[in-house]
Design a protein around this ligand. Structure first.
Ligand code: SAH
Length: 344
């Protein structure tokens, strides 16, 4: 048994053949899955009934349901997606002018344990399979046509590399949903082996790196992953990635009041970022999380000062605004609330 949403378009023919099924059906299958967006094989009425029955047992669609929907005033919609084994993840839909971005999860929880992150506060339960990652996208399509995907939900994509990349390749495939690679952004906390692997794929996915601190002392405090792959190693991998792919890397910097938001932090950050030939910075004010009440959002003045220092250092920088706060949409908080309510 193979889950239908984990099969890449080009793999259908050989897989069908291997099983003694008729390979010419591949195109019909793809049309049903990614043009008609069927929710069950019964809806694939272009296929003979008997073949639909075979598909049901040999290539089942992944069981995934929307358990909860919460919509915030700014239009951000957060979905809690539940899988067959009772685990659930969050996916967030973020409308903007000319865009409809989906933030997807790659793991149930996260093992990386970043201090400011709600997803990591309870550890990781398991990684998602490719079809479960694709399922989030397919469920979200009911809310509108997704134009962009950011892999910034729960989990560390490079700690679940194979399944994540398979899912993204499928979503990107011309005979699949056909979402452009440049519209898909992978975000990593800095799992270094992932960089060379991604560069070798030769696909133009966008890459973001969560940096959040400009030196090892502070970064190791905020992000335990830094003890395994400290800043030098990380920036070397980033530089190598940009050399190989000729693609920009975006550094994410979550600004936390009184923690990483001083002028000297900004100066130090500028120096570090300059070590990577093609890099830009996104500044993101912290979204408060319930398990760390001591971490607070910095004031506007601090954010503008920080931005100014980076710009004066000629670093391309964007100040991002957090969306979906009233929908518990910021960073792993819906699932956390769900778990707290359920008493686990
Ligand atoms: N594991 C990946 C992707 C998931 S997190 C990574 O670390 O990049 C997506 C982004 O949200 C990361 O940049 C992460 O550091 C950031 N983030 C997590 N908690 C946050 C919070 N409370 N406020 C602001 N950004 C947060």
């Amino acid at each position: 048994m193979t889950k239908a949403w984990s099969v890449l378009p080009d793999e259908w023919k050989p897989i069908l053949k291997e099983r003694g099924l008729r390979p010419f059906r591949a195109d019909q299958i793809l049309q049903s899955l990614y043009r008609d967006y069927i929710g069950s094989w019964d809806e694939a009425t272009t296929l003979p009934k008997e073949f639909r029955e075979t598909l049901k047992t040999e290539f089942p669609l992944t069981k995934a349901d929307i358990l909860e929907t919460s919509r915030s005033e700014d239009g951000t919609t957060k979905l809690l997606v539940g899988f067959e084994d009772g685990n659930s993840v969050e996916t967030v839909l973020i409308p903007a002018t000319g865009r409809f971005t989906q933030c997807i999860s790659t793991q149930v929880g996260c093992a990386m344990g970043c201090a400011f992150c709600a997803s990591g506060s309870r550890g990781v339960r398991r990684s998602l399979t490719a079809d479960e990652i694709v399922a989030q996208y397919l469920l979200a399509r009911k809310f509108g046509e997704i134009t962009n995907i950011v892999v910034m939900g729960m989990g560390e994509p490079f700690a679940n590399y194979d399944e994540t990349i398979r899912a993204l390749k499928l979503i990107n495939a011309g005979k699949g949903p056909n979402l452009g690679a440049r519209h898909i952004t992978i975000s990593t906390c800095g799992v270094v082996p992932g960089f060379a692997k991604l560069a070798a794929e030769g696909i133009q996915f966008e890459l973001s790196v969560s940096l959040h601190a400009p030196n090892n002392t502070l970064r190791s405090e905020l992000m335990p992953v830094n003890k395994r792959w400290p800043i030098d190693k990380l920036l070397e991998a980033c530089a190598e990635y940009t050399r190989k792919t000729k693609r920009i890397i975006t550094f994410e910097y979550t600004v936390i009041k009184g923690v990483n938001d001083s002028r000297s932090h900004a100066e130090e950050l500028a120096k570090q970022v300059k070590r990577v030939p093609m890099a830009k910075v996104n500044l993101i004010p912290l979204s408060p999380v319930s398990h760390r009440p001591d971490f607070q959002t910095p004031g506007e003045e601090t954010l503008l000062m920080f931005l100014d220092v980076l710009m004066k250092n000629r670093i391309q920088t964007m100040l991002r605004r957090s969306r979906g706060k009233d929908a518990n949409a910021a960073c792993g908080q819906l699932r956390l609330r769900h778990m707290e309510e359920a008493g686990n």
